[in-house]
Ligand binder design. Structure first.
Ligand code: FAD
Length: 506
């Protein structure tokens, strides 16, 4: 079988690419996904449909089961959830709908990636969304596929609402719209749910395109590698050995799997490939390097049980921990309350999260084997750079300061279950934090865009792989640096932008 375009991976980016490229009725598009496809909303499993919480059981919930390698300084091996279903991680995520800061995108452009500055991408963010609260603001869109809204105080849990009020009392500037360019402070969290429905890319982008005769969506079709002949892609080979031909292959398998596919195809650092007996097709030292993820730690406390189940994520504080002006480096928010083994009766557990959104540490993804069913070696590099530990510790201190405001004390919050109130000395807290680091779920950067392959660039500013024709990478892996935001909206924006360039050229 041969197609004009094969898109590998039906996640946030892949759904956008398949939908946009198939708008041209003469372009035969095949979208391949390792996980299952649920073609209608009615057939979605409950935890994929329910966007008010993360799927709780990874074994049944369309996950790749990835785990990191242990890090330095006591950072343990941690689970690294990734969606394995049409919709990808957008089908299992927390539905935070944040864009990031102008500085994030201006830095992409300053690194040589023309067309990615904030003034270029703002309009794409606008066209992506229908903001249901702020249609009148010029930086918002009113007709895009992704609905974005904020829970009003009447819908918020007592915990989320009181945390927000306490943060504002503690000096964090109140704000109404976290997506207003450049604002930092405390306000309701923008989310992409409608009612309780998680508006994944499978719904917002793929669903309207499904009826097109020139678009085929194939689930349960894991890709082993890209086939390259004489410097040009010819198609892809599935794990089953089946070969599928295409003029253009768009790799959208995500920040872990996209470098995995490239490495199995002989595209990557020659030394690493040789160590596994893989012949080099193109020596690209940057494949799998430059992994950046937002790490987090949580301050867990016992709180009064809430009788009504509310969405888990409702309010957000962005904060610059050095007290300076400019974009934030931390997210602070309340999550829960939940019933857990640590709380009983009229008490539940709340997690007060410190998310590090401007990490200095870098990790990497490597092949453990040429067998595509063997999990990758993933080292997120959490806390490799000491400054990251400092900022997380400062964030924990800030959470404790907010907990100590009168408004939160009036909630009768109980003991600190973790890291533990006994850790009052800065040195003790810092010693404990590495073992508590987890992912905030936003890996990027492993096939980064840039101009110089010898300097680690894997694709150019349009996503085209350096050194091979007919191969584009379009997903979080090509972000050269990490936005100071949860990465779903930034990925949708990135995919829309690359789809625009591809359709202009074909
Ligand atoms: C638990 C969790 C919570 C999150 N919460 C939020 C949030 O609240 N807000 C936010 O903005 N972001 C959130 N994120 C991050 C966000 O969802 C991701 O950054 C974004 O979805 C990544 O898009 P992507 O297209 O790069 O990859 P993905 O959406 O992960 O898509 C990759 C797709 O490729 C498929 N695939 C992989 N390998 C192969 C292969 N070999 N062959 C075929 N198919 C393959 C995968 O199964 C998957 O469907 C969360 C992520 C997770 C996992």
């Amino acid at each position: 079988m041969s197609y004009d375009v094969i898109v590998v991976g039906a996640g946030s980016a892949g759904c956008v690419l398949a939908a946009r490229l198939s708008e041209d009725a003469s372009c035969e598009v095949l979208l391949l996904e390792a996980g299952p496809d649920y073609p209608t909303r009615e057939r979605l499993p409950v935890d994929i449909a329910d966007g008010t919480r993360l799927p709780s059981d990874r074994s049944t919930s369309h996950d790749w089961g990835l785990v990191s390698t242990p890090g330095i300084g006591g950072v343990p091996a941690v689970p690294l959830p990734r969606g394995r279903v049409v919709g990808g991680s957008s089908a299992v995520n927390g539905t935070f709908a944040l864009r990031g800061f102008p500085e994030d995108y201006d830095a992409w452009e300053a690194a040589g990636n023309q067309g990615w500055g904030f003034s270029d991408v703002l309009d794409v963010f606008r066209r992506l969304e229908t903001d249901l609260d702020f249609a009148d603001r010029p930086w918002h869109g009113t007709v895009g596929p992704v609905p974005v809204r904020r829970h009003p105080p009447t819908e918020q849990s007592v915990l989320a609402h009181t945390f927000l009020e306490a943060a504002q009392k503690a000096g964090h500037p109140p704000l109404a719209d976290h997506n207003e360019p450049g604002v930092v402070g405390a306000g309701p969290l923008p989310v992409n749910t409608l009612g309780r429905l998680r508006m994944s890319a499978a719904i917002t982008h793929l669903e309207p395109a499904r009826g097109r005769p020139n678009l085929t969506v194939r689930g349960h079709a894991p890709v082993d590698r890209v086939e390259v002949v004489a410097g040009r892609t010819r198609g892809v080979r599935l794990v089953t050995g089946e070969l599928l031909g295409a003029e253009l292959v768009v790799l959208s398998a995500g920040a872990y799997a996209s470098p995995g596919v490239l490495l199995r195809s002989g595209i990557g650092p020659t030394e690493d490939l040789a160590a596994l007996g893989v012949d080099t097709v193109t020596d690209l030292p940057g494949v799998g390097r430059n992994l950046v993820d937002h790490g987090l730690v949580s301050v867990d406390v016992a709180v009064p049980a809430e009788p009504v189940e509310r969405p888990n994520y409702q309010t957000m504080v962005t904060w610059r921990s050095d007290g300076g002006d400019g974009p934030p480096d931390l997210h602070l928010f309340a999550c829960g309350p939940f019933e857990t083994r640590r709380t009983r009766g009229d008490r539940q557990e709340a997690r007060l999260i410190v998310g590090l959104v401007d990490p200095a540490s870098r990790g990497q993804v490597q092949l453990a084997s040429t067998d595509p069913t063997t999990p990758l070696h993933i080292d997120p590099g959490y806390l490799e750079d000491r400054r990251d530990l400092d900022r997380l510790a400062t964030g924990v201190g800030e959470i404790r300061r907010i907990l100590d405001t009168e408004v939160l004390r009036s909630l009768a919050i109980g003991e600190e279950l973790s890291p533990g109130a006994h850790l009052t000395e800065d040195a003790d807290l810092r010693a404990a934090l590495p073992s508590l680091v987890r992912t905030y779920h936003h890996p990027v950067g492993t096939c980064r865009m840039g101009t110089d392959p010898d300097d680690g660039a894997v694709v150019d500013a349009h996503g085209c792989l350096h050194g091979i024709g007919g191969l584009v990478v379009a997903d979080t892996s090509i972000m050269p640096t990490i936005p100071r935001a949860n990465t779903n909206l930034p990925t949708l924006m990135l995919a829309e932008r690359i789809a625009g360039w591809l359709t202009a050229h074909t």
